[in-house]
Design a protein around this ligand. Structure first.
Ligand code: 5GP
Length: 201
């Protein structure tokens, strides 16, 4: 394939709705694959190993770090989260669009190591709405909710480091915005997609 693949990083505060937005676009954008993260957080009800996350022990996660198996990793509210390197590198080499859902610290690391990536900040309609969404995640303890909220407020300032922002007020509109960004990015001349047409001229 002449087109180069690329990484799309969807980031933003906890509970802003990254998973819901991703679920809505996956399968609707050709050549898009999801990067499943590794974490030491225990699974929530319904979450599956290898689908939602690779659920690892602390020791297994540290082993991955030692073997340079993660593109980035961060500690988030007492647990470790990271992006497995091999999957992203192989998929990008095959011309795929790899999308990953990561926290703000992880996105900051990737901006340095993957400068060709596309960095998108997902914004909540308001901090009150974000608080309601964090509270709705009833599986988290009151301490975890408070710590996620405090962190979310702080993280809103990071938006200036991103390439794009999407407001997550109306899901259908957010889906359209994400599709538009990915479409425009895949048509950038530097990604070389035009060569596939050029070859047959
Ligand atoms: P949750 O525990 O709610 O699934 O995720 C907590 C936070 O960790 C979210 O902001 C999510 O985007 C982030 N996260 C998920 N996977 C990764 C990852 O691979 N790397 C980093 N740095 N953050 C991640």
């Amino acid at each position: 394939m002449s087109r180069q693949g690329f990484l799309v990083v969807l980031s933003g505060p906890s509970s802003v709705g990254k998973d819901t937005l991703l679920e809505a676009v996956l399968g609707h954008i050709p050549d898009m694959v999801y990067s499943v993260s590794a974490t030491t957080r225990p699974p929530r009800p319904g979450e599956r190993h290898g689908v939602d996350y690779y659920f690892l022990s602390d020791e297994e996660f540290r082993e991955l770090i030692r073997n340079d198996g993660l593109l980035e990793w961060a500690e988030y509210c007492d647990y470790l989260y990271g992006t497995p390197r091999a999957f992203v590198e192989e998929m990008v080499a095959q011309g795929k669009i790899v999308i990953s859902d990561i926290d703000i610290q992880g996105a900051e690391q990737l901006r340095r190591t993957m400068p060709d990536g596309v960095f998108i900040f997902l914004m909540p309609p308001s901090l009150e709405e974000l608080r309601r969404r964090i509270m709705r995640r009833a599986t988290d303890s009151p301490e975890a909710i408070a710590s996620r909220m405090a962190r979310a407020e702080e993280e809103m300032h990071s938006i200036v480091n991103y390439d794009y922002w999407i407001l997550n007020a109306d899901l259908a509109q957010a889906v359209e915005d994400l599709k538009a960004i990915i479409r425009a990015e895949s048509l950038r001349v530097k990604r070389g997609g035009y060569k596939e047409v050029g070859e047959s001229l």
